[in-house]
Design a protein around this ligand. Structure first.
Ligand code: FAD
Length: 420
């Protein structure tokens, strides 16, 4: 299968999608492999992009259209690469595609309401539940249902049978016996764009995540503010649904810390500034308080920082938060630390706290299945020769930089392809 002038792109986030469309539009065949049931990666789960504060779905939709229009791009979702062998210009990769367990012949994509099994909604970072047969999200690409076979198998036989019959009558076929498919492809170049995972906030034992309901992380805040999120965009407390009037952001939660992520993820300050505007737009009475060590708004983002800090209800304190407690009666969250400028102690109660956790490279956990790949001390891919890294696989970066970086990776892939 495939062969000369074929580029394999692993990871269908904004970086992988960009690399795929750029390589294909320059004349290559492209195989794009994504492990989730949908393309878009982390940005599909964002509410808005800094600095323009536009919804990421616009940019994603333009790219999905480029993929739909281009017969030279083959997309495999629910897929991963099990092995890669060879060298620049001639690789063989083994791809495994996991089953969706559901085919929607009527293309209705709405078989969810009467599904008898609920699962934790991974798209919303587990903040709510969704049906075991579902469309991953409203703008998903591909616009196809996916089923959680394990959750369906746990439903009692007659109830499951009735549900499957009802689906069948609507042109939707569920096959819980579907098997994974594995095959090999020959390609001339490989781009690795598997991105990042949010740093595991449960490891920050003094900051209360997982212990106190009203301590959430920055990626959860993106979903909380989004109309497709667990509260349909209402910024309310997880403990009691109360409107948030008083929100704290704790910067560098686990970042620039030898015991956790020693590096700066570079975008967390901008993400919190952006999320403070979500709160202010939603509730004009509300106040957001950002506790930071250094506020980093690099390059052109300085203008965004200036714009946000002019809001008198967005407060900035140079202070390190070291402990977070819960008031057991009110469920308010109390932050404790030190004001770096005055040297005074900080002790303040908030309705809710957002931990600004950093980006950990996926390749620090899930290594590339081939020999001879070089990683830096944090697990980011070092890519000079051979497999090319694109986007956050290489280092923390914002979306605009990912687009440039992935276009560069596509050019490297073209060189591999044409040079042989
Ligand atoms: C809280 C927060 C807010 C942010 N807000 C903004 C913003 O407003 N503006 C901005 O410019 N940037 C923002 N960013 C940064 C932005 O999220 C990243 O720049 C972007 O996600 C990087 O895209 P990527 O494609 O490199 O990685 P990802 O988005 O992580 O995509 C990687 C893809 O690879 C897939 N994958 C992983 N492993 C495998 C595997 N083994 N096989 C196949 N597929 C795999 C994943 O499922 C995913 O789809 C924010 C970051 C955070 C933490």
């Amino acid at each position: 299968m495939a062969g000369e002038k074929t580029v394999l792109v692993v990871g269908g986030g904004i970086s992988g999608i960009t690399a795929a469309v750029e390589a294909a539009e320059a004349g290559c065949k492209v195989i794009l492999v994504e492990k989730q049931p949908y393309l878009g990666g982390r940005v599909a789960r964002m509410n808005k992009y800094f600095p323009k504060l536009c919804p990421p779905t616009c940019g994603l939709e333009i790219n999905f259209k480029r993929i739909r229009k281009n017969p030279d791009i083959t997309v495999y979702t629910l897929a991963n690469v099990e092995s890669v062998s060879g060298s620049s210009g001639a690789y063989t990769a083994t791809i495994k595609i996991n089953p969706r367990y559901v085919e929607d012949h009527a293309a209705t994509s709405k078989c969810v309401d009467d599904c008898p099994a609920d699962i934790s909604n991974e798209f919303n970072y587990g903040m709510d539940k969704c049906k075991a047969v579902r469309l991953p999200y409203e703008m998903a690409f591909p616009m196809s249902l996916v089923a959680d076979a394990e959750a369906l198998r746990a439903v009692n036989g007659s109830e499951l049978g009735a549900f499957m019959d009802s689906c069948e009558s609507r042109g939707i076929r569920i096959d819980l016996h579907a098997q994974p498919e594995t095959f090999k492809v020959d390609v001339s170049s490989v781009i690795w764009a598997t991105g990042w995972v949010p740093y595991d906030a449960t490891k920050l034992d003094k900051l209360g995540f997982g212990k106190f309901a009203n301590v959430i992380t920055n990626v959860m805040m993106e979903r909380l503010a989004n109309v497709g999120g667990p509260t349909a965009g209402h910024i309310v407390r997880p403990s009691d649904g109360k409107k948030v009037n008083n929100l704290a952001f704790v910067q560098c939660a686990g970042s620039r810390d030898e015991n956790h992520l020693p590096y700066c993820s570079s975008i967390c300050c901008l993400a919190s500034l952006k999320q403070a505007t979500y709160l202010r737009d939603y509730n004009p009475e509300a106040q957001a308080h950002i506790f930071y060590i250094d506020l980093r708004a690099y390059g052109r983002f300085e203008y965004f920082f200036d714009r946000v800090r002019n809001d008198e209800k967005i407060l900035l304190t140079k202070g390190k938060i070291v402990n977070i407690f819960e008031d057991p009666v009110t469920k308010d969250v109390i932050v404790e630390g030190e004001d770096i400028m005055s040297g005074e102690k900080i002790r303040r109660a908030f309705d809710m706290v957002v931990l600004a956790t950093g980006m950990q490279p996926t390749t620090s956990i899930d290594k590339i299945p081939t020999a001879g790949v070089e990683y830096d001390e944090f697990g980011f891919l070092v890519s000079d020769q051979g497999i090319h890294a694109a986007g956050v696989t290489k280092r923390p970066m914002d979306v605009g930089t990912c687009l440039q970086d992935a276009t560069g990776a596509a050019l490297k892939a073209l060189q591999d392809t044409l040079g042989r």
